[in-house]
Write a protein that binds this ligand. Structure first.
Ligand code: SAM
Ligand code: SF4
Length: 324
């Protein structure tokens, strides 16, 4: 479907062609910045993935071109590969992406590689076993690294996401980039976003602070944005390799925002830091195509111009619910 057919335009003229879909709130990690104190299992009413697929077909017909699957930990949905294949079977030109903590890639990468999926984002905050345990409460490093190697062997592209935290993994800001460059992965640093579910007192880094640290080893220049994405990209001067910084504290983040979110329980959130949301679970469960279509158009139209996140505010919405 080409652009002029996109029906998802918000009241500020931004075209929405990207949906992030959280397929579960649950997770096998307990990251300090995300859900350190939640119980081992969170009760949730999951939308069955075949029903969610029907909603996504409508979204694709209206102009969605990119779908990111996230969570919680999306690979906890054991039928995820079939779901991804269903998306590609409906529209082969669609871009599907997956954000995972990587722990279950060893188990699922073979199935995932047969779906049409071309790239995977893996959240990796450290290359030290003890630091991974400290951040995620899981002895996960070996499984993640093994999953990364297998993913590469199966020919999928890999992006790494790192959330640098003061006093926890800030000694690895450069080693993580060394690692990503040597393995052929694209590293993106994410500014820590405060939220009421995170471990109290965590302190992250702003983008400019990260650039200063990286400049002690690498020379780089910003890459002009060809299209808006969440990351500011930088190219290393001695190679064509790059890294990125996701800086949601900057307001330019909102200017070109092209995304909307669907939670695992069927709520459409027009913005991560905005309380309004539309519950379309009954429309999805009843396969009410008209109601799904109307709700999606309405949610897009109501997207706020900027996130409602002041410098010193936290988000009351859990990232493991909205998908980060
Ligand atoms: N479980 C998967 C994972 O960790 O990749 C997907 C869901 S997770 C909520 C999605 C992304 O959000 C991860 O890259 C994670 O690092 C990031 N994230 C979670 N909480 C965050 C926070 N408070 N600040 C910045 N990034 C955060
Ligand atoms: Fe789980 Fe991802 Fe949250 Fe970590 S960031 S607790 S892996 S959902």
């Amino acid at each position: 479907m080409n652009d002029i057919n996109n029906k998802l335009i918000d009241s500020f003229g931004r075209k929405i062609d990207y949906i992030r879909v959280s397929v579960t709130k649950n997770c096998n990690f307990r990251c300090k910045y995300c859900m350190p104190n939640t119980p081992p299992y969170i009760e949730e009413t999951l939308i069955p993935l075949p029903k969610m697929l029907e909603f996504l077909k409508i979204a694709m017909d209206l102009g969605i071109k990119k779908i990111r699957l996230t969570g919680g930990e999306p690979l906890l949905r054991s039928d995820l590969s079939g779901f991804i294949k269903g998306i590609y079977d409906y529209k082969s030109g669609i871009e599907v992406a997956l954000t995972t903590n990587g722990f279950l890639l060893e188990k699922y990468i073979k199935d995932l590689s047969k779906t049409g999926l071309k790239r995977i984002n893996v959240s990796l905050d450290s290359l030290k076993k003890e630091t991974i345990i400290k951040i995620s409460k899981r002895d996960a490093l070996d499984s993640i690294l093994n999953g990364l190697n297998l993913t590469k062997e199966y020919g999928l592209k890999i992006k790494l996401n790192m959330v640098p935290l003061r006093g926890i993994n800030d000694d690895e800001i450069i080693p993580m980039l060394d690692f990503a460059l040597s393995e052929g992965y694209l590293l993106r640093y994410i500014e820590y976003m405060d939220n009421s579910f995170a471990f109290k007192g965590l302190k992250g880094f702003r983008g400019d602070e990260l650039l200063k640290i990286i400049s002690t080893k690498y020379s780089f220049k910003p890459i002009k944005k060809r299209h808006f994405g969440p990351a500011n990209m930088y190219e290393l001067l001695d190679s064509s390799k790059a890294f990125g910084i996701i800086a949601p504290h900057s307001h330019s983040f909102c200017e070109g925002c092209n995304r909307i979110r669907l939670t695992s329980d069927g709520i459409i959130c027009p913005c991560l830091y905005f309380e309004d949301a539309i519950d379309i679970s009954s429309a999805i469960l009843n396969d009410d195509k008209i109601a799904m279509k109307e709700a999606l158009i309405k949610a897009v139209f109501n997207k706020p111009e900027k996130n409602k996140w002041g410098e010193n505010e936290t988000s009351s919405r859990a990232f493991y619910h909205t998908g980060g």
